[in-house]
Design a binder for this molecule. Sequence first.
Ligand code: TPP
Ligand code: SF4
Ligand code: MG
Length: 351
Amino acid sequence: MTYITKPKLHHPTLPKNALGFTRRDYEGKISTLCAGCGHDSISAALIQACWELEIEPHRVAKLSGIGCSSKTPDYFLGNSHGFNTVHGRMPSVLTGANLANRELLYLGVSGDGDSASIGLGQFAHAMRRGVDMTYIVENNGVYGLTKGQFSATADQGSKSKKGAINSDTPIDLVSLALQLGASYVARSFSGDKEQLVPLMKGALRHRGAAFIDVVSPCVAFNNHAGSTKSYDYVRAHNEAVNRLDFMPRRDAITASYSPGEIIEVTQHDGSVLRLRKLAVGYDPGDRLAAMSHIAAHEARGEILTGLLYVDGSADDLHGHLKTVKQPLNQLGEAQLCPGAGVLAAINAELA
Ligand SMILES: Cc1ncc(C[n+]2csc(CCOP(=O)(O)OP(=O)(O)O)c2C)c(N)n1
Ligand code: SF4
Ligand SMILES: [Mg+2]
């Protein structure tokens, strides 16, 4: 957490949206993450998406768990509601808040450790229940905050900063979200704002469980198999400064590529990601086809990005439970306690 706020003064010529807000009005505190961390690029994309959608900041509730990724809601939408929950528990707290007040826009920000390790059960139930939310996982394959242990999304065979090899099979959250019934499922890369901002805008406007897996390189701990050179680099350069907890300054990785194209992105550790952007003619309306498409590309070592699946007519948890439209704190005593007559009628039905 940082207590350092940005200056309130805005340049008078900054463009404003229809609400009269500049992008600066959607910012938060100054980030304390490592320079070049992919998570900061995701925060910037969220700021852009909310500004472009002309969302009133006070209508947003941002919730997160624990991790570098879960710290990021402090760095955007400083005028929105926020709640930093316990590790892996963001989905249940968000579900409760959402059921109590459906008038807010719910944004859940999490990490791969927060959602695929300790919070896997919570993630699964939020998806299958269709909680109306935008669920973003800032996926770096490690527990960044606690110094780089493998998360459940780490590639099998990848090498940690300490030299340990990951022998476990990775969890693909996108495939899981599809299987569990999420009605908006997408994947992107933190450094591809061109793709990420529209995906976020779509998710924020979607009714139901919208999930975006964002591959987000960790500049400090994302070593993988084949990155021996970078492992050596980190070891050679880091030993002397470890005690100071110093992270070498890096530039955020960016990627620009067209639909249908494949791009190889070299991460800070020298490892290479093969991102494949969905082709223009791809039909995101077929859940089963999306699942097999993802699996086929995964078998070729490619990470498929884009809007993988959307069901525009999906209902959400409120629809399933037939809840009242009014937020609970606005209900009067007469609605909350309908009286002995109503209870007697219910009892009579059960007799
Ligand atoms: C109940 C509990 N268990 C373990 C921890 C320690 N812990 C804090 S953050 C974290 C992992 C975070 O990883 P991830 O969600 O991937 O976030 P990142 O830092 O990589 O963005 C762990 C294990 C904790 N805070 N609470
Ligand atoms: S440790 Fe990794 S995830 Fe955490 S702030 Fe640094 S680069 Fe980002
Ligand atoms: Mg992580």
